[in-house]
Design a protein around this ligand. Structure first.
Ligand code: MG
Length: 266
């Protein structure tokens, strides 16, 4: 009996050790590939591409995206977006912003993206007195992983459903929410999950989020797609997927949405 217990313990420890090494190896291969490919101060190492930086937004005026960004909404039209079945995006554009049309459905970018830096600006509708999830919407990376949008000045929703939560998984580190009507920013760094050709998960999705410039998600590993009252496992999906904005029956507004796709070694 004692011998069996000892063998099981040894197998468990060895398995955990091997899994840790594999996990670490995948992480290192992405972060530090360049360290093995180039000598220190190697003059042959390519210089970083030049990007003209953008301009920050103010409450009165949307900023300007960096020069290499794919602009998804510049205040004029929804040509970069579509509905779930490929129909024209059913939300409203006016006065330089985009507004959710309740019960019209989520919208998706026509273009698909992999690892990326995403900038989204949003504003909650005027508070109508409800305290559960006023101004609920969301930004879904790869159409599957939701950075929650809600009016966290008034919301009494569970912590992992507040603004900038990874819905159902990680509350934001702090509540950096502005009042309804004011423009807010999400700046997101998203590293998508990796699957092998057989569909097996090699590495989970990893996300970092700044809310109004404040760090709220610090390189967190997602457990799988985000969902209500459940944490479903990863299912293999294409390396590039659309960005998705959520219609949750509130007239949330958006402006100045852009994305920069990131390469593996950046
Ligand atoms: Mg939501």
């Amino acid at each position: 009996m004692r011998k069996t217990y000892l063998i099981v313990s040894i197998i468990t420890v060895v398995t955990i050790f091997i899994l840790s090494i594999i996990h670490l190896g995948i992480g290192l291969s992405i972060q530090s590939e360049g360290l093995t490919r180039w000598q220190i101060h190697d003059m042959n190492r390519p210089q970083p591409p030049v990007v003209a930086p953008g301009e920050a937004s103010t409450q009165d005026r949307p900023g300007r995206p960096p020069s290499d960004a794919v602009v998804l909404f510049d205040g004029t039209d929804l040509s970069a977006w579509q509905g779930a079945k490929g129909e024209p995006a059913p939300w409203k554009v006016e006065k330089g912003y985009l507004e959710v049309v309740p019960k019209s459905g989520d919208i998706y970018t026509k273009q698909a993206f992999g690892d990326s830096q995403v900038h989204v600006e949003w504003a909650s509708p005027e508070w109508a007195g409800d305290t559960f999830d006023p101004g609920n919407s969301g930004v879904f990376l790869a159409a599957l992983y939701e950075v929650q949008i809600v009016d966290s000045v008034h919301s009494k929703i569970y912590a992992d459903g507040q603004a900038a939560a990874m819905y159902g998984q990680y509350p934001p580190l702090v509540n950096a929410c502005r009042a309804p009507g004011l423009w807010q920013t999400y700046d997101i760094v998203f590293r998508d999950a990796r699957f092998n050709t057989g569909g097996k998960l090699l590495r989970p999705a990893i996300i970092t989020v700044f809310h109004n410039g404040v760090l709220v998600q610090d390189h967190v590993e997602l457990t799988g797609p985000t969902a209500h009252h459940q944490r479903p496992p990863y299912l293999p999906h294409p390396a590039r997927m659309p960005l998705r904005l959520q219609d949750h029956n509130y007239k949330v507004r958006f402006r100045n949405i852009w994305i920069r796709e990131l390469s593996e070694g950046q």
